[in-house]
Design a protein around this ligand. Structure first.
Ligand SMILES: *Cc1c(COP(=O)(O)O)cnc(C)c1O
Length: 428
């Protein structure tokens, strides 16, 4: 694998940008080595500036469920762009995407568009606090809800990848507003409600954890959260920034039949452009400014290009209903990886829901962040580089999800399993 141009750019970037990257997970810090710089994406493939070609399972960390540069998305982006890139006034594309979201996500009656998942969660938490007139928020260790002050405490994704455990820059008083509990541990949540019940504004959860690696909810966990929040008068917030329109058209809430009070969205709903959204019942959403007193705003919110590309993506998903196909590809990939590891005698746990999965280098089971953390990270790094050398790009961290897109075919899945078979053999 040639990396001349990438290494040149990386050296230059490191002089100009902290760590050479604009989001920490893009640096290859956890796996050693230096990141490659991308020249373009084509369907299921990424091509770097040195001409290396990779089957891509990062898919921009989740948004690209249709793959890179999907022709309909490219067409709509250029059409809208010719009309202007931002108006700072309402436009039809916002109404269109809002309509699609309200029709698609069972618990959402009204939705507000923002520019990132971080903003969506930050605003949803503010709204929950205003609605309940309470201050504490419960989250789960290894859950990632964007990088707002109160929520990066014991966070997953890049925070877990870099092993950051302190919280420089976050005042004690703010950190104390967040209670962090183990994922999938309903008893811990019950105890928290016994101790702090009347102070808990909301429980926020990734209904399928994606940022400690993929960890599905145990049967009854989400139902339990629903019951406990309802019983205490606090709100249940599903952070569906990854799972929305990914695990089913209606997200994890439709898949499991558990409806939250508020839902945070992002990633897929922007069709590859910066986006986020939060929504819920009219009764709660009417508190959001200008209808109500909970302030929230954005110069570029509801950006016409992002709205149009998001709406195009959702329409394709709605009309083609590809979730059965994604499930089949996901099953084949997970089974192939398990079998390849078994042949080589490497203990792994492959967690998967639909088209999102993670290979943990541990016997398992992996049901929470502590379990995920027992993974052999050195072995993961060797696996990562072995796969990359064989033309397969998986997330450069043990604590991230792989994503299969609709541009991945059986051919890419088989090539990936073949590559993994070789790499597992070398790991022995
Ligand atoms: C990616 C992600 C976010 C943050 O979204 P950004 O657009 O990166 O700010 C929040 N929650 C979850 C579950 C995510 O995966």
């Amino acid at each position: 694998m040639i990396q001349n141009r990438s290494q040149q750019l990386y050296a230059q970037a490191c002089n100009l940008i902290p760590g050479g990257v604009n989001s920490p997970v893009r640096a290859f810090q956890a796996v050693g080595g230096t990141p490659f710089f991308i020249a373009k994406g084509e369907g299921a493939y990424l091509i770097d500036v040195d001409g290396n070609r990779f089957i891509d399972y990062v898919c921009s960390w989740g948004p690209l469920i249709l793959g890179h540069a999907h022709p309909e998305v490219v067409e709509v982006a250029s059409q809208v762009l010719r009309l202007g890139s931002s108006f700072g006034a309402p436009s039809p594309w916002e109404v269109d995407l809002a309509q699609l979201i309200v029709e698609g996500v069972p618990s959402v009656e009204m939705v507000r568009m923002v520019n990132s998942g971080t903003e969506a969660v930050m605003s949803a938490v503010r709204l929950a606090r205003a609605y309940t007139n309470r201050d504490l928020v419960v989250k789960f260790a290894g859950g990632y809800h964007g990088h707002s002050d109160g929520l990066i405490v014991q966070g997953g994704s890049g925070i877990a990848t870099l092993g950051i455990t302190t919280r420089p820059g976050i005042p004690q008083a703010i950190a104390e507003m967040t209670l962090t509990l183990p994922y999938n541990d309903l008893e811990a949540v019950e105890r928290a409600f016994q101790l702090y019940g009347e102070r808990i504004a909301a429980v926020i959860v990734e209904p399928i954890a994606g940022n400690m690696g993929v960890v599905p909810p145990k049967p009854g966990f989400l139902e339990g959260l629903r019951r406990l929040t309802k019983g205490s008068g606090s709100l249940l917030i599903f952070d569906e920034v990854i799972t929305g329109f990914r695990v089913s058209y209606g997200g994890a809430q439709a898949l499991y039949g558990v409806l939250p009070d508020l839902t945070c969205l992002g990633k897929i709903i922007g069709g590859g452009f910066p986006v986020g959204a939060f929504g819920g019942p009219r009764e709660i959403m009417k508190l959001v400014a200008p209808l109500g007193p909970v302030y929230q705003a954005g110069t570029l919110s509801g950006n016409p290009v992002a709205m149009a590309c998001g709406a195009t993506t959702l329409r394709i998903l709605r009309t083609t209903d590809p979730y059965g196909r994604l499930e089949k590809l996901g099953v084949r990939l997970a089974e192939g990886l398990r079998e390849a590891a078994r042949e080589a005698g490497i203990p792994v746990t492959v967690n998967r829901v639909g088209s999102m999965l993670t290979v943990f280098f541990t016997e398992g089971p992996v049901e929470n962040f502590d379990d995920a953390n027992r993974s052999d990270k050195q072995q993961f790094s060797r696996f990562f580089w072995g796969m990359l050398e064989r033309g397969v790009y998986i997330p450069p961290s043990q604590f991230e999800a792989w994503f299969v897109s609709l541009s991945h075919s059986e051919k890419e899945i088989e090539r990936t399993v073949e590559a993994a078979r070789e790499v597992f053999r070398h790991l022995r």
